[in-house]
Ligand binder design. Structure first.
Ligand code: ZN
Ligand code: ZN
Length: 251
C-alpha cells in the first residue's frame, strides 16, 4: 500500500511514542552530531531545565515550567471558562482559551515572521499567559529563540508542536501571541470578527501590498511612523507615541 499524507496522519497517531514525540533538537544524538561538527557551537546543548519538555514527568525540578503560565497543568474539573479551542495539525498539542477576544490582533510583515512561518506575513493575537490552558501535548512542545538561534526556552521564543512543527505561539516575557489559524471556528463570521486584526506592523518589509484601510506601522505597532495606504511609503513624523510624548511635555 502506498502511504499518502492522509494515511500517514492516521498511522502516525498509532505509532507515536515518547521517542517519536521527542523534539529532534533535544535528542542526545542530535547534539552529539552538532557538537562534533562545530566545537564552538553556541547553540543550546539541551542541558537547560526547559529542554526536558519531551517527558511526561512532572515531579522533577526541570519539569517546573509545566506548572507556570502559559503551560500550567490545570487540575481536572478546575473552572476554566472555555471560549475557544485550538490544535496543531497532527493534534498532539491542544489548548483552550478563556477569553472571547484577544487583547489585540496584528499582522506582522517582518522578515523573521515571513521566514519562520513560510508565509507572506504573520497573524498574531495577543493573550495573557493565564488565558490559555493546554489540554494535551505539554510534552510535545519545542522552543526556538530567534534572537540567539537556539532551541532553549529563553523568552521571547517561538513555540511549536515538536512532532508536526505547526507554529503554536510566540511566548513573550509577559504575554503570548497566538496564531489564530489553529483555532476551531476561526473560519466563521464569529471567528473572523473576534480575531480581526487592528493594524499591520513592519509594513516596509512586506512581500505583498494589503490595501485594507488598517493602520500600517513601519516598525512596532503604536510606536513607529505610519506607512501611506496607497504607496506604502513611510510617512515621517506620524509616530503616535511621539505625538503623545510631545503633548505630555506641553502639559
Ligand atoms: Zn502537532
Ligand atoms: Zn514579525
Amino acid at each position: 500500500m502506498v502511504l499518502r499524507p492522509h494515511h500517514f496522519s492516521a498511522v502516525s497517531k498509532r505509532i507515536i511514542t515518547p521517542a517519536f514525540t521527542r523534539p529532534l533538537s533535544t535528542s542526545p544524538r542530535f547534539f552529539k552530531m552538532a557538537d562534533h561538527k562545530n566545537e564552538n557551537n553556541k547553540r543550546s546543548r539541551g542541558d537547560e531545565p526547559h529542554q526536558y519538555q519531551a517527558s511526561s514527568r512532572t515531579d522533577r525540578e526541570q519539569d517546573q515550567w509545566k506548572f507556570r503560565a502559559p503551560y500550567t497543568i490545570h487540575d481536572k474539573g478546575e473552572n476554566f471558562d472555555v471560549k475557544w479551542k485550538g490544535k496543531c495539525h497532527c493534534g498532539a498539542v491542544q489548548y483552550e482559551l478563556s477569553r472571547e477576544k484577544p487583547l489585540a490582533s496584528k499582522y506582522c510583515h517582518c522578515t523573521t515572521c515571513q521566514r519562520m512561518h513560510g508565509a507572506p506575513f504573520q497573524w498574531a493575537a495577543i493573550f495573557h499567559k493565564e488565558d490559555i490552558n493546554f489540554t494535551n501535548g505539554h510534552h510535545d512542545l519545542g522552543w526556538y529563540d530567534p534572537t540567539a538561534k537556539s532551541t532553549t526556552h529563553h523568552l521571547p521564543c517561538k513555540v511549536q508542536c515538536a512532532y508536526c512543527r505547526t507554529p503554536i505561539m510566540d511566548e513573550g516575557r509577559n504575554m503570548i501571541l497566538l496564531f489564530p489559524t489553529l483555532i476551531e471556528g476561526i473560519n466563521t463570521k464569529k471567528g473572523r470578527e473576534a480575531f480581526a486584526a487592528q493594524c499591520h506592523m513592519f509594513y516596509p518589509q512586506r512581500v505583498v501590498d494589503i490595501k485594507d484601510g488598517l493602520p500600517k506601522f513601519s516598525r512596532l505597532a503604536d510606536e513607529s511612523d505610519l506607512c501611506d495606504e496607497e504607496t506604502g511609503e513611510v510617512m515621517e513624523g506620524t509616530n503616535p507615541k511621539k505625538d503623545k510624548e510631545k503633548e505630555k511635555k506641553k502639559e
